[in-house]
Write a protein that binds this ligand. Structure first.
Ligand code: DGL
Length: 262
């Protein structure tokens, strides 16, 4: 394994930066290419076929160009739809992001869990299977909150999230039958932890928010434990849309100053 070989972290947009943050804390020397399909954002409003085709096509071409040692699909929507397919066609270890229903089921005291994701994620069989496997004795209340993706992107670009978007996501959970009892919320979209403070304030009461970022970082550490990392070539980002100045500002706090169009 070439010590300079990068880890490729992929998302539709900037949400995967929540995973990059955890990965940096766990493996500070790992060279990372952050790949954002900004021309395809948002994935949550696309069909399964569109998402699978985009993700498999892009990751195939990116693997050829960058020869990553590992690919992390830092996107619940892409993972719940295309993980199996991408694993079948690419000869690279692939770590996906799946809704953290298992840890939420272990944590909830009330037995009622909220799950916020994109529209495409919450309708997946993958989520039904996680619920059946880990939360069959709990109540899982799902709500699609696509507005939070744009709000998180705007916040990272220096804007203020619209309180009405936050309020409507929270109402979408609380107003369903049994929603008052939610004490644990799964943030099943990598964009949503960027809005955790706003969501916490709007949920009120003692609610625990869970996302998959730390678990993904631990999985990457375990899969690369015998490998050396040489960060001398640095980390950089690639975006499928032309990078604008706001995107540079979003990457800068993560130590990424080079952004290229793919
Ligand atoms: N960040 C992606 C996820 O984790 C979704 C955002 C989008 O709709 O593209 O699901």
């Amino acid at each position: 394994m070439d010590a300079k070989s990068p880890i490729l972290l992929f998302d539709s947009g900037l949400g995967g930066l929540t995973v990059l943050r955890a990965l940096r804390a766990a493996l500070p020397d790992a060279p990372v290419i952050y790949a954002a399909d900004t021309a395809g954002l948002p994935y949550g409003e696309k069909t399964e076929a569109e998402i699978a085709a985009r993700v498999a096509g892009l990751l195939g071409r990116m693997s050829e160009r960058y020869a990553p040692r590992l690919i992390c699909i830092a996107c619940n929507t892409a993972s719940t739809i295309a993980l199996g397919m991408v694993r079948d066609v690419l000869n690279v270890p692939i770590v996906g992001t799946v809704p953290a229903i298992k840890p939420a089921a272990a944590l909830t005291k009330s037995g009622t869990i909220g799950l916020l994701g994109t529209a495409a994620t919450i309708r997946q069989r993958y989520v039904d299977d996680l619920e059946a496997q880990f939360a069959s004795d709990k109540r899982l209340i799902r709500y699609a909150a696509p507005g939070l993706v744009g709000a998180a992107e705007a916040k990272l670009r220096g804007g203020t999230p619209d309180p009405a978007i936050i309020a409507s996501a929270v109402a979408g959970l609380r107003e369903q039958a049994g929603g008052d009892a939610i004490d644990t919320v799964v943030l099943a979209c990598t964009h949503f932890p960027l809005l955790e403070d706003e969501l916490r304030a709007a949920m009120g009461g003692a609610v625990t928010f869970i996302d998959g970022a730390d678990g993904i970082a631990r999985r990457i550490v375990s899969l690369t434990q015998n490998e050396a990392f040489d960060h001398s070539a640095g980390s950089f980002a690639v975006t499928t849309a032309t990078p604008d100045s706001a995107i540079y500002a979003a990457f800068a706090p993560f130590g990424i100053t080079r952004v290229e169009q793919f």
